[in-house]
Design a protein around this ligand. Structure first.
Ligand SMILES: Cc1cc2nc3c(=O)[nH]c(=O)nc-3n(C[C@H](O)[C@H](O)[C@H](O)COP(=O)(O)OP(=O)(O)OC[C@H]3O[C@@H](n4cnc5c(N)ncnc54)[C@H](O)[C@@H]3O)c2cc1C
Length: 307
């Protein structure tokens, strides 16, 4: 599929973003690599668009998406093309009685984006069961071991190597009871749908949670002990302290029940998203002496990290 002047708001869950000069989808790896090689000028690769803030001006260049989505398994190993929905992978694993992904039920987006950002929720992260990843590195197709992907909290080496394209992922799971796994996945689906209604235009959490050990001493002393889990403090805690809940910038709002969730109430713009992000970040810095780090990726903002 090729589309010129493609409105990126159609391809992002935030429903924001101006046009890309050209958008190309390819569902075979060979075809995708061919498109990538012929793209020439500026280009970026997107997945399901659920972790992105795309500028109102859009993107001058080509946006490519690898849409191969075959999922298959052999024993307890699942191999999946990276354009598959993460939820389809979770459901596949659960239906085949394979444990290790069920807590990631309802994290939106594709397997590619989940590997890129080491997605996770409710105590499970992609890196825990991912065995290896097939990439195109600009010269050849090759497999990276889990260790070579350099996973850390919501990050991987893919963030520093944006020319590495994730094509296939292989997971090694544990045998489990399909009914029990389905029950766990369903429980998480219900919880998440309440927090993130499926029609909500957003990108999930805007800021990453904070590593307690890296906070300035003064900030550490103000964090209630019970909030520190697995060495992390929810970014929402700091945002709540500065009164972020319910704040508004034009059509963009901070959810009244979750200070780290910004959503597009319908008429929002990407400019308003970054205005609110910068404002909240500045106030947390002033109050606690450190910078919150955005979890979302920015597209089409020359002055911001990402693209
Ligand atoms: C309602 C909601 C809830 C969320 N909850 C969670 C949560 O609980 N936990 C969590 O971790 N995240 C969460 N997120 C964030 C988001 O869902 C994840 O980050 C998701 O894994 C992003 O996948 P995506 O396919 O949409 O990636 P995109 O947003 O399309 O892209 C993200 C990054 O991946 C790169 N990328 C995409 N495809 C490729 C590829 N083939 N090769 C190389 N790079 C690629 C892009 O260049 C971009 O930098 C949530 C988002 C929403 C909207």
């Amino acid at each position: 599929m090729r589309r010129t002047d493609a409105p990126l708001s159609d391809y992002t869950r935030f429903g924001l973003g101006g046009p890309a000069d050209l958008l190309v989808d390819a569902d075979s790896a060979v075809e995708f690599i061919g498109e990538l090689q012929s793209a020439g000028g500026p280009h970026i690769v997107l997945g399901g668009g659920t972790n992105l803030v795309v500028s109102d001006a859009g993107y001058r260049g080509t946006v490519l998406r690898y849409t191969g989505r075959t999922i298959e398994h052999h024993g307890s190993t699942i191999r999946v093309e990276s354009g598959a929905d993460l939820e389809a992978l979770v459901q596949y694993a659960v239906a085949h009685g394979l444990a290790g992904l069920e807590s990631m039920m309802r994290i939106p987006g594709w397997v590619s984006g989940a590997v890129y950002g080491n997605a996770g929720a409710y105590g499970q992260s992609i890196h825990e069961t991912l065995a290896r990843v097939e990439i195109w590195d600009g010269a050849e197709r090759r497999w990276l071991s889990n260790a070579e992907c350099g996973f850390t909290y919501r990050a991987s080496r893919f963030k520093q190597n944006k020319h590495w394209i994730i094509l296939t992922a292989e997971f090694t799971l544990r045998p489990g009871d399909a009914a029990a796994l389905a029950a766990r996945a369903e429980e998480i689906r219900a919880t998440r749908d309440e927090k993130f209604p499926p029609t909500m235009k957003c990108a999930g959490s805007i800021f990453k949670n904070c590593l307690f050990a890296q906070l300035p001493r003064g900030a550490q002393q103000r964090v209630p002990e019970k909030l520190v889990r697995e060495g992390k403090v929810p970014a929402a805690y700091f945002l709540e302290q500065i009164g972020a809940k319910g704040e508004v910038a034009g059509g963009i709002r901070v959810a009244p029940y979750h200070a780290n969730l910004l959503y597009n109430a319908g008429s929002g713009t990407a400019a308003q998203v970054v205005q609110l992000i910068d404002n909240l970040k500045g106030r947390v810095r002033q109050e606690f002496g450190f910078d919150l780090e955005p979890e979302v990726q920015f597209v089409g903002f020359p002055d911001r990290v990402s693209y």
